[in-house]
Design a protein around this ligand. Sequence first.
Ligand SMILES: [Fe+2]
Length: 404
Amino acid sequence: MLEIRFHTFTKGSFLVSIKTIAIADLKIGMFLLEFNDSKQKIAVKKPGRVPNDKVIGKLAGDGIVEVTVDFSRSTFTTKIEPASWKRDKSKLVAFDNEIMRAHRLLKESKATVNKMLENVFADQVVDIEPLNKAADDIVESLSNNSDALHSLSALRTKDAYLAEHSLNVGVLLASFARYLGWTRDEQAQLIVGGIVHDIGKTRVDLEILNKPSRLEPHEFEHMKLHQVHSKSLLNEIEDLTQMSREVSTMHHEKLDGTGYPLGLKGEQLSEVGRMSSIVDIYDALTASRCYKKAMSPAAALKIMMGLSGHHLDEDLLKAFILCIGFYPVGSLVELSNNLLGLVWESNEDDMKKPIIKTFYNTQYKKYYEVKMIDLANSNLSIKRGVGPFEYGIDIDAYRYQPVG
Ligand SMILES: [Fe+2]
């Protein structure tokens, strides 16, 4: 996979992202500004997008070794080349072992995020070291067995939305990047980006932030200011990478330019920015807030598909759906025999056939004996994804319970 991310930086009032790359990395759709042969730089007479492979071949044949590309004007769609979906099961850490570690890790990471938010509330400088440490540990756990962290992060506490949402955005972004074959270092940068992405909310009027009903238009305008606050707060964090920063600065931008704070449009939105808006919306829809109940992942993804093309990047959204699945680990599903259960472990060979922990019968409205059903070895199938509040039962009691 092409190892280029959109290195966007601000120059004057314009967003530019210009980079010199080897001719071997040139792709159809990239916006060419300059050719470099071994001796000199040659400005392209008419800067424009590479239309086909022929042009690339001709440039290479003419002895061009490097080209300068403006990525903000390039239209090549992101390289959806899932690299790591099929995990080598024999190399995975057993779910039961990883989940114990992941439980500790998630507890520590939440404490780290809470501490960071407290520091920002108190106008203190954010130390990036603990965030980097949490990010590295999360990347490690995802690589050991990603089902463990995903099943745990499905459990949400009522009063910790900002911290949990921030951490979840980081975890989901890392999973997404992992699926796309990005490096561990990039996954870690995205986790840090997720952790700080809504940092500006610490400067928003608390009454509006915690309002138990939908925001009035003027309140929403005030809420949008969190992006302005985020920008200045991020500038104060030493050693925050550009990739981490972009998660925050671009997660409310939309492809058609109707997002905020800058109203960036199409090609101005980096790949990281596009991924971040997908993950941010997904996590917000699947979480409960004081004014709305959590949706099932399947219902949330359906809504998001309606936003693809004009708000969200269609190709990346498709990849995200393939990455987490319509029935992600930790979500609730109803089986063909009316048993209700939690998706316990994923199955990459057939995403529709994960392992389910069942405990309730929807027909008789009765709790049943807990059973693990491996759909890969069963005639049963998933009838539908179910919202966590649909049957008014206590699901969390059936999630992983730490021993000791
Ligand atoms: Fe936000």
